[in-house]
Design a protein around this ligand. Structure first.
Ligand code: HEM
Length: 263
């Protein structure tokens, strides 16, 4: 959705965030109007060291490996645009990527725990990597299970989105859950309101292209139905809603000639 201004209003109680947006929109009356908005709840990412890791609607801890606000080195390396990275007016800023990802909660709830954990690459209770250890133990992609198979499935989301498979790229995820009622069949119209900050759009595109479909592998035992459906809309910087990743890439290449490269 093309717009001039983007506000992410966060509070412990959504009523407070709503109140902030309402007041900003009141002050802007006659000069600006809201083009698009989404109410989220229950942050889906840990963003400071003192926070315990929250859970997303799939019930897994989310944000274990996130960039934290109290890690200035990682923020400089991955999130804030430096004067060497882009136009002077953008120095000290960042790019926000936004996706409404539908999660098929009912499908997911019928998947066996062991399969859910394989899809994510971490255990559900503690969020520890399936290669062993506790929540913050680094993932070991070489570790084998008793049957000689990789302990972390090669298609596991935590592996595909890991910096080791993405040229060292890390994103600062700051998403929320959403529930927009239910669909005509009675299923929850729910999902992850994915928000990430990164110093260049191509970084998000890079992670999304390989692992960022979310835990999007076909759900075994469910006739290939996916527990995560493609984004109802993906927005990045100035990119319009309701466009596919390819169109986003093409749009970005037009907007930032020579700066967006996707393998
Ligand atoms: C419904 C969709 C999604 C769900 C349920 C989901 C869930 C998770 C979970 C449970 C983890 C492991 C815990 C953690 O390290 O935070 C994780 C990690 C991660 N996810 Fe997602 N995710 C989704 C979509 C995405 C998308 C769209 C992207 C990016 C385009 C993304 C990027 C990442 C990254 C970068 C990591 C950390 C990998 C690492 O450094 O080890 N995720 N996600």
């Amino acid at each position: 959705m093309r717009g001039d201004l983007c506000i992410q209003a966060c509070a412990d109680d959504p009523q407070v965030a709503f109140h902030a947006v309402r007041n900003l929109s009141r002050i802007a009356f006659g000069r600006a109007r809201i083009r698009w908005s989404q109410l989220g709840f229950g942050r889906t990412s840990k963003t400071t060291a003192d926070q315990s890791t929250p859970r997303n609607l799939f019930g897994f801890k989310d944000g274990t490996a996130n960039i934290l606000a109290d890690d200035p080195k990682a923020l400089d390396e991955h999130v804030w645009v430096s004067s060497a990275d882009g136009p002077a007016w953008l120095a000290g800023g960042s790019y926000l990527a936004v996706r409404n990802i539908q999660q098929r909660i009912e499908t997911w709830d019928r998947v066996r725990l062991v399969e859910q954990e394989q899809i994510i690459g971490r255990d559900k209770g503690e969020g520890a990597p399936l290669s062993g250890g506790t929540e913050f133990t680094p993932l070991d992609f070489h570790k084998k299970d008793a049957a000689g198979r990789p302990a972390i499935d090669p298609k596991a989301h935590a592996r595909l989105a890991h910096p080791d498979l993405n040229d060292g790229v890390r994103l600062l995820r700051r998403g929320y859950n959403f529930v927009n009622g239910n669909d005509a069949t009675g299923d929850l119209a729910a999902g992850l309101f994915f928000l990430s900050y990164q110093k260049a759009p191509e970084r998000f595109i890079r992670v999304q292209a390989i692992g960022g479909q979310g835990p999007d592998g076909r759900v075994p035992g469910h006739r290939g139905r996916r527990a995560v459906r493609g984004a109802a809309g993906s927005r990045l910087g100035l990119v319009r809603r309701r466009r596919s990743v390819r169109l986003i890439r093409d749009g970005l290449q037009r907007e930032y000639p020579g700066r967006v490269r996707v393998a």
